[in-house]
Design a protein around this ligand. Structure first.
Ligand code: UDX
Length: 444
């Protein structure tokens, strides 16, 4: 089948590459010329395991193409995927200007039946707005063509996006037209062969499903972080509590890891946008607001421990920082808890020697050159001349470090672990002090 994807960001690229991989003819449209040039050469602008290979293979096979020409895009595909960004407005609600600009382009250039699929995370009611925009544009042209607007949210996790796309838990399709449901079924058939995983529903329920999934997961995390803060004050160990409750299948082990608060491009933005939509409907979403407030506070917890340990005097201290990305297997720094920590350390006059396996370029792009930040080539190099070690991302390579080396390098022999990577009793054998999240003796 022929399909067009507007927006070569994270969602658009993964969707395009995976749909091309099963034999479709995919044209990706983006306004950013430099990005399109890079993509044509098979260079992915984002770090995502497996994506580079898929891009090159399908480019070479001629099934995947990139262009800045939106008119060609509208002509190309029966399916017109909208996968452009929906950045938060100043008030936290999702900004639809890019989505509606694509709708307008489609309206201006449509010449035969098209299925318009909204893939971006958009507030409930957006499909109706897209429809209205296309209709208004058609009217202005004095033209009449048939089209349908379908909601088809993505549930991809960064770092595992290709696998998530290829082997989805579910594919949610929101449409009020049974004929388009059939078309989408045919498109996704290669991914749902072994089990029916497509859930078809009305458009508004589909739009809300995406927010509901992310808000539920964010709620689990904030709940555990709240409990972690309580546990350490009560002399309990949240890691034991986590195992104790996770074994109940109604609760489950997933997404109950306490830490430095959730980050990334989805949870913070989506929880805020849903709460904002609630206010637009004159409803005070108290639970969602609390989820967000707890998360904001959680991002400061590790710094507060450091501040207390150093008696409010971090000026001139050097902190080794392991991990910068908001989670492992990505270079994404959006809403990363490490940023709150870095900025608080700098404000307190500390210097940071940081190491992340892939995020340095991103960090450099965000913060530029600064005297109080050194990006070094390895975890051990970060320790040199440092007073303390802080851990902000649970990369695999940090899980079994050389504790003797850590103890010998750090002048204050102390680890602040925002990801609960180690057994506290084991770490202490090396003469190290160890402060983690929600564990009995984690209060300085
Ligand atoms: C998330 C959703 O999982 C995905 O379905 C949706 O499409 C986009 O948003 P992603 O942002 O890639 O995916 O990351 P995810 O792995 O879900 O982690 C989000 C954040 O929650 C990270 O900051 C992570 O560190 C944090 N987290 C996750 C916890 O603090 N504890 C947990 O138990 C799980």
């Amino acid at each position: 089948m022929r399909l067009t994807i507007f927006g070569s960001g994270y969602v658009g690229l993964v969707t395009g590459a995976c749909l091309a991989e099963v034999g479709n003819n995919v044209l990706c449209v983006d306004v950013d010329e430099r990005k399109v040039e890079r993509l044509k050469r098979g260079e992915s602008p984002i770090y995502e395991p497996g994506l580079d290979d898929l891009l090159r293979k399908n480019l070479a096979a001629g099934r995947l193409n990139f262009t800045t020409d939106a008119v060609e895009g509208v002509k190309h595909g029966l399916f017109q995927f909208i996968a452009v960004g929906t950045p938060p407005d100043e008030d936290g609600s999702a900004d639809l200007k890019y989505v509606l600009a694509v709708a307008e382009t489609i309206g201006k250039n449509i010449g035969e039946y098209r299925v318009v699929v909204t893939k971006s995370t958009v507030p409930v009611g957006t499909a109706d707005k897209v429809k209205a925009k296309i209709n208004a544009t058609l009217e202005a042209r004095g033209a009449q063509f048939e089209f349908d607007v379908v909601s088809n949210p993505e549930f991809l996790k960064e770092g595992a996006a290709i696998n998530d796309f290829m082997k989805p838990d579910r594919i949610v399709v929101g449409t009020d037209n049974p004929r388009t449901a059939e078309l989408l079924k045919a498109l996704y058939d290669p991914f749902t062969r072994n089990r029916e995983r497509m859930i078809v529903m009305d458009v508004r329920s589909s739009e809300l499903t995406k927010y509901a999934a992310n808000a539920m997961l964010a709620t689990k995390i904030s709940f555990m972080n709240e409990l972690a803060n309580l546990a350490e004050r009560m002399g309990a160990d949240i890691e034991k509590v986590r195992q104790g409750i996770g074994s109940d299948p109604r609760i489950g082990y997933h997404f109950i890891y306490p830490g430095m608060g959730y980050g990334g491009s989805c949870f913070p933005k989506d929880v805020q946008a849903l709460s904002r939509s609630a206010s637009d409907h004159k409803f005070n979403a108290e639970l969602l607001n609390a989820v967000e407030a707890v998360n904001k506070r959680q991002k400061t917890v590790l710094f507060e421990k450091m501040r207390t340990f150093f008696n409010d005097d971090l000026a001139g201290k050097t902190v080794a920082l392991w991990g910068l990305a908001f989670k492992p297997n990505t270079d994404d720094m959006r809403e990363a808890p490490s940023r709150t920590l870095l900025e608080a350390l700098w404000a307190a006059g500390a210097r940071v020697r940081a190491y992340d396996p892939v995020a340095h370029e991103e960090v450099h792009r965000i913060y530029g050159e600064r005297a109080d930040l050194q990006l070094v080539k390895s975890a051990n190099e970060a320790l040199q001349g440092a007073d303390a070690l802080a851990i902000a991302t649970e990369w695999q390579e940090f899980r079994s470090p050389d504790f003797d080396l850590i103890a010998s390098q750090l002048s204050r022999k102390v680890i602040f672990d925002g990801r609960n990577l180690y057994d506290p009793a084991f770490v202490k054998r090396f003469g190290l002090k160890y402060y983690a999240i929600g564990r009995g003796d984690s209060v300085c």
